[in-house]
Write a protein that binds this ligand. Structure first.
Ligand code: BTN
Length: 254
């Protein structure tokens, strides 16, 4: 079934305004360009291909045509800033559950925003806040999700670390299911009910990790995920919490 706004809409239980593009620079960019349209109805931007897909920490996200799903859901922020901070954590659980339901696999999460199967990355999540230019208040959130569905030809630098679902699943259905789950999860985000589910799927908990802080590589053991999605680690200098968004964590065998 061809990827289209109409087909996504046929699977969607919640109301959303859907915009589909054969090719776009980045669905997150497109959402941002349309942030003046933020309203109670969620806005969903979906593309078959991205020419400038973006990842966390200024990285690019490889987004070839026909083999992946690239989507950005833009929601009005009527919640606390702390809730926005842990959106990536909540979304990671939604994506895993949708993939599990449709593909019969058990995806895992590498803190903070990467979804893994068979120890390789299959999906990345990039959440970005939309701020009011005058008040600087957060008025919305853009949730960008990129999933390798049938990609086989990864660029050399990704060959060892990236994978795809390797299944011919219906992208419209997957997109709608993820969207429904995120909209539902957002309603109860203040309860943090997703944290336990996140922990169950964590690839880093109770593992030795390296992390880079101030350009320096450090060793630690990941011991918990706190209620804001922060990674609690034990270092030689004691226990501390890495907050989402600033740090790259590597498993010792990465
Ligand atoms: C990461 O791996 O660090 C996050 C990758 C997020 C990729 C998705 S694809 C749809 C949306 N548009 C983008 O430019 N990025 C996100």
């Amino acid at each position: 079934m061809v990827l289209s706004a109409e087909n996504i809409s046929s699977y969607l239980n919640h109301k959303a305004d859907i915009y589909y593009f054969d090719t776009i620079d980045s669905t997150n960019n497109e959402a941002k360009r349309n942030s003046h349209k933020l309203a109670d109805t969620p806005l969903l931007y979906v593309a078959d291909q991205q020419s400038a897909g973006r990842g966390r920490l200024g990285r690019t996200f490889y987004s070839p045509s026909d083999t992946g799903l690239y989507m950005s859901l833009m929601l009005k922020a009527d919640t606390q800033t702390q809730d926005i901070v842990c959106m990536t954590t909540a979304v990671a659980v939604c994506v895993c559950e949708a993939l599990e339901e449709l593909c019969n696999i058990k995806p895992m999460i590498k803190w903070v925003n990467d979804i893994y199967i068979d120890n390789k990355k299959v999906c990345g999540i990039l959440c970005e806040a939309v701020t009011d230019p005058l008040s600087f208040k957060i008025k919305g959130i853009i949730i960008g999700i990129g999933i390798n569905i049938r990609t086989t030809d990864f660029p050399t630098e990704l060959k060892d670390t990236a994978t795809s679902l390797g299944q011919a699943i219906n992208r419209n259905h997957l997109c709608a299911l993820i969207t429904d789950k995120i909209i539902e999860s957002y309603k109860t985000i203040s309860t943090r009910c997703f944290i336990d589910k996140y922990k169950e799927r964590s690839l880093v908990l109770n593992k030795h990790i390296n992390y880079i802080e101030n350009n320096e590589q450090k060793n630690a053991t990941a011991i918990d995920i706190d209620s804001n999605g922060g990674l609690v680690i034990e270092t030689e200098n004691g226990i501390k919490t890495l907050s989402t968004g600033e740090i790259t964590v590597r498993l010792k065998n990465d």
